[in-house]
Ligand binder design. Structure first.
Ligand code: PEP
Ligand code: MG
Length: 755
C-alpha cells in the first residue's frame, strides 16, 4: 500500500491499476477512495456526485458510515461540500466544524473530523461532483496533497462520463452532467429540428491520464507549448498591416495568453503531479473555465474563448487529433453545434442529413443565418455556453421560430415538439396545395411573391413554393464561400446554372455587395472603424471597376441572349447609379463588338437602402428600370442601429410610422414613374410586416423561401382595402398616435388572418 511519502505519482499509478481492473463500479469507487485516504494518511475520503435535481449524493466513502452511501445528500450550496460544488473552488480548512457553512449529518458520523480538504470534480468547467478528505487532527493539508486530490478529481470526471457509471444511479435520478438544459436564444431560421448534436469542433478526448514517465511528459508539454507560441507569433507577424483591427485584437489576446507565465506554470505543475501532458492541459483548462464562467464581466467571458482555443490547440498537438469533424460521418438529423460558423463551413455539411445549427454567436442578418434560411436549415444563435454543455450524440430539439434550444430534452418537451412538428407538416401540406394559386387578396389585389436567394442550391425551392421568381440573388455569397476570387469562367458557370434552374422564372441578380458584414476573406481591405459605412458595395465597385466589369461580363455571357435583370446595391445618389450603368453599357457594347449574344432585354435596377437616395427618387427613376427596397440596410441607417448587433438590431419597430413614411415615399415615386418596385429585405417575409407593406401599396415582395407559404396563406384570406384605408390614415398623419403594429394585429384578428 502506498503512503503519503510515496507522493501523488504513486497514488496515480495505483489509481490507474484500479481503473483498469475488472471490478464492479461501486467496488471500483470504494477502492479509489480507500487509495486516496491511505495515500494522504487521512481518516476519511468521500466522493459526492451532483445529481440532476441539484442534490449531492454520497457515492463512496472511506471512513464515514458505509450505510450513508447513496443515502446521504446535500443540496447545492449546503454545507462545505455544497459550497465547493456551487463555487467550483477547492477548500482547505484546519478545523472544518468551525466554518460557518459546516453542516452536520448525524448519519455519517463525521463530527469528530477537523482537517478538511475538498475539491470540485469538473468537466468543461461544470461541476460534476466533489471529492473530500478529512482527518481527526487539526492540521492543514499540504499543497501537494491538494494537487494530488485535484488530479484524482480529473480522473473521476472522466469516469463519471462513462456508461459503466449508469448502474450506480438511482432510478428516477440522473447525474447533473446529463441534466436537460434549455437555452433562451435567438431564432435565425425558423422551423423545428429534432435530432442529435454534432460538435463542429469536436472535443479532444483524453484517454491517457497517468504519466509513465514524468520527465518525458514534461518534455512533451514544453515542446507543445513552444510550438504553439511560435505558431501564434508567426500568425501575428505575418499578418501585414492590412489585417483588420478586430483580427489583430484577437491575435493580440491569444499571444498574451500563450505567453502567460501563470498559465504555463499551472500546466507544468499538473504534469509534475503525475498527469500526462494532455491530462494536465485538460485539468488546468477545467479550473480556468470554472473560474471564468463565474465572472460576470463580459470581457473576461469572451477571453475564455481565447483560452479554450489555446487549450484545444495544445490538446490537438499532444494527442494528434485532427479536430475537424468528418462530414462523411454525419448522422441523420444532425444538429451542428458550434461557437460560430462561416457560410462555407455550413455548406460543407451534407444537407440531406443536416437538420439544424446552433451557435453561441452570430446575428440574424449574418450570412450564415441568411444561408441557413435560404436552405431551409433551422438555425438558432446566441445559445450561451452550449458548446461546453453538450456532447456529440446528445438529443436536442431546436425551435428556430422561438429561438429556443432543448438539450437532452425531457420526454414531455420532446413529445410536445413531435406534435408541433406534425402540425407544421400539416401546414406545409396546406402551403403545398396553395402553390399554384396566384397570390391575390379576397378583394382582388394581385401580389407578386419572390424568393431571396444567393446559391444555386436553393433555387430548386422555386418549384416547391410556387414563387414567381427570384427578387434578390445575392451574388456575393459565392464570393464569400470561395477560398479565392472566383474567376470569370466560374462566375459564368454559376449564373448560367442559376438561370437554367430557374427556367422561365426571372432572377434579379444583385451586383456584388461586398464589405460591411459581408466579409470576403481573400479581399483584404484596410481596417475601418465603421465597416457598415465604409468602403463597401457600389463604392468599392466604382473605385475598383475590374471586379465589377468581370461580374457584368459574366452575367451577360451567362444570359446567352436571355432577358437579364441586374440590381445595383447601396445606391447613395443618382450619379453613382449612372456611373455603374455606364460600366454595364460598355460591357454590352464590348460583347456586341465581339459578336456575342446580348440579352434580348436588359433591365437595370437600383436598391433603395441608403436614406440619402430617398431625396432623389425622381431623378433616379429617370434612369432606373426598376427599384428594390433593402429594408435590412434602410432600417439600419434610418434608425442608426447596427443590423449585426443583436443588442440594438431590434430596438426600433421597422413598421413604425417614420419607417413606413419613408417606404411610402418610394411607393409613390415608383407609381409616378410607372416603374416596378419590390421589397427584398427580410421585412417582407414576416406576416404582420408584409401586411404593413401591402397596406401602404407595395405589391411585390421578395423573401426567404420558407416564408412564401405563410405569406401567401395570409394574402388569400385578406381583404386589403379596409386595412389599407386605416393604415394610410395613420401614415398621412391623422392617426392620433396609433401604433401601426397594434392596428395591424387588430385587423389580423378581425379578419381571422393566419399570422
Ligand atoms: C437589405 O439590405 O435589405 C438587402 C436586401 O440586402 P442585404 O441584406 O444583402 O444587405
Ligand atoms: Mg443591403
Amino acid at each position: 500500500m502506498s503512503t503519503m511519502a510515496d507522493g501523488p505519482r504513486v497514488l496515480l499509478r495505483n489509481l490507474r491499476e484500479t481503473m483498469a481492473a475488472t471490478l464492479g463500479s461501486q467496488e471500483r469507487l470504494d477502492k479509489i477512495v480507500d487509495l486516496i485516504a491511505h495515500s494522504m494518511g487521512a481518516e476519511v475520503c468521500s466522493f459526492y456526485v451532483l445529481r440532476d435535481d441539484a442534490a449531492l449524493e454520497l457515492f463512496a466513502t472511506h471512513g464515514l458510515n458505509p450505510d450513508a452511501v447513496h443515502m446521504t445528500t446535500l443540496r447545492l450550496g449546503e454545507g462545505l461540500v455544497g459550497l465547493i460544488a456551487a463555487e467550483a473552488e477547492p477548500l482547505s480548512l484546519e478545523d472544518a466544524p468551525s466554518h460557518p457553512a459546516f453542516a452536520y449529518r448525524a448519519e455519517t458520523g463525521e463530527d469528530s473530523y477537523h482537517a478538511f480538504l475538498g475539491v470540485p470534480v469538473l468537466r468543461s468547467g461544470q461541476t460534476l461532483g466533489v471529492l473530500v478528505v478529512q482527518d481527526l487532527a487539526q492540521r492543514t493539508f499540504r499543497e501537494e496533497e491538494a494537487e494530488a486530490l485535484m488530479t484524482t478529481a480529473t480522473l473521476l470526471a472522466e469516469m463519471l462520463s462513462t456508461a459503466e457509471f449508469e448502474s450506480l444511479i438511482k432510478p428516477g435520478a440522473d447525474i447533473d452532467l446529463r441534466r436537460p438544459r434549455s437555452f433562451e436564444a435567438e431564432g435565425f431560421a425558423e422551423g423545428i429540428a429534432i435530432g442529435h448534436v454534432v460538435l463542429h469542433d469536436p472535443r479532444v478526448v483524453v484517454r491517457n491520464f497517468v504519466a509513465d514517465d514524468v520527465a518525458a511528459e514534461r518534455q512533451r508539454l514544453d515542446r507543445a507549448i513552444q510550438a504553439m507560441q511560435v505558431s501564434i507569433d508567426d500568425m501575428f507577424n505575418s499578418g501585414d498591416m492590412q489585417v483588420s483591427s478586430e483580427h489583430r485584437e484577437i491575435l493580440e489576446s491569444y499571444r498574451m495568453f500563450a505567453h502567460d507565465r501563470g498559465w504555463v506554470r499551472r500546466l507544468r505543475e499538473a504534469v509534475e503531479s503525475g498527469l500526462t501532458a494532455e491530462a494536465a492541459v485538460e485539468r488546468v483548462q477545467n479550473n480556468t473555465r470554472a473560474r471564468m464562467l463565474r465572472q460576470s464581466d463580459p470581457y473576461i467571458r469572451d477571453r475564455l474563448h481565447d483560452l479554450d482555443d489555446l487549450a484545444n490547440r495544445l490538446l490537438r498537438a499532444l494527442t494528434g487529433a485532427s479536430g475537424l469533424f468528418q462530414t462523411r460521418d454525419l448522422p441523420a438529423n444532425a444538429i451542428v453545434v458550434a461557437r460560430n460558423l462561416g457560410p462555407a463551413e455550413l455548406l460543407e455539411y451534407d444537407r440531406s442529413k443536416l437538420a439544424g445549427i446552433v451557435l453561441e454567436e452570430g446575428a440574424t442578418t449574418s450570412h450564415v443565418a441568411i444561408i441557413a434560411r435560404s436552405l431551409g436549415i433551422v438555425a438558432v444563435g446566441h445559445a450561451e455556453q452550449i458548446v461546453s454543455m453538450c456532447e456529440t450524440g446528445d438529443d436536442v430539439v431546436v425551435d428556430g421560430a422561438e429561438g429556443r434550444v432543448f438539450l437532452r430534452p425531457t420526454p414531455d418537451v420532446e413529445a410536445s415538439y413531435v406534435e408541433k412538428l406534425r402540425l407544421r407538416a400539416k401546414r406545409q401540406e396546406k402551403y403545398a396545395r396553395l402553390r399554384d394559386l396566384p397570390a391575390r387578396t379576397r378583394d382582388g389585389v394581385r401580389i407578386s411573391l419572390l424568393h431571396n436567394s444567393g446559391l444555386v442550391a436553393d433555387l430548386p425551392a422555386l418549384g416547391k413554393t410556387g414563387a414567381e421568381g427570384v427578387g434578390l440573388f445575392r451574388t456575393e455569397l459565392q464570393f464569400m464561400i470561395a477560398s479565392k476570387l472566383p474567376r470569370l469562367a466560374e462566375q459564368v458557370a454559376l449564373y448560367r446554372e442559376a438561370m437554367d434552374v430557374a427556367g422561365e422564372r426571372p432572377i434579379v441578380f444583385r451586383l456584388l455587395d461586398i464589405g460591411g458584414d459581408k466579409v470576403v476573406p481573400y479581399l483584404r481591405s484596410a481596417s475601418e472603424e465603421n465597416p457598415a459605412m465604409g468602403w463597401r458595395s457600389l463604392r468599392l465597385a466604382l473605385d475598383r471597376p475590374g471586379l465589377l466589369r468581370t461580374q457584368v461580363r459574366a452575367l451577360l455571357q451567362a444570359a446567352q441572349g436571355r432577358p437579364l435583370k441586374i440590381l445595383v446595391p447601396m445606391v447613395t445618389e443618382t450619379g453613382e447609379f449612372c456611373r455603374c450603368v455606364g460600366v454595364i453599357e460598355r460591357e454590352v457594347e464590348r460583347l456586341q463588338r465581339s459578336g456575342g449574344q446580348v440579352p434580348e432585354k436588359l433591365e437595370l435596377g437600383a436598391m433603395i437602402e441608403v436614406p440619402s437616395i430617398l431625396f432623389e427618387l425622381n431623378e433616379l427613376l429617370e434612369y432606373a428600370d426598376f427599384i428594390s427596397i433593402g429594408s435590412n440596410d434602410l432600417i439600419q441607417f434610418l434608425t442608426a442601429t447596427d443590423r449585426a448587433n443583436a443588442r440594438v438590431a431590434r430596438s426600433y419597430d421597422p413598421i413604425a410610422i417614420p419607417r413606413l413614411r419613408a417606404i411610402r415615399q418610394v411607393v409613390e415615386a415608383a407609381q409616378r414613374h410607372g416603374k416596378p418596385l419590390t421589397m427584398c429585405g427580410e421585412l417582407a417575409g414576416r406576416p404582420i410586416e408584409a401586411l404593413a407593406l401591402m397596406s401602404i401599396g407595395m405589391t411585390s415582395l421578395s423573401m426567404g423561401p420558407s416564408s412564401i407559404g405563410p405569406i401567401k396563406d395570409m394574402i388569400l384570406n385578406l381583404e386589403l382595402e379596409p386595412v389599407m384605408e386605416s393604415v394610410m390614415k395613420v401614415v398621412r398623419g391623422s392617426g392620433n398616435g396609433v401604433n401601426v403594429r397594434d392596428l395591424l394585429v387588430g385587423w389580423a384578428e378581425k379578419q381571422n388572418l393566419p399570422v
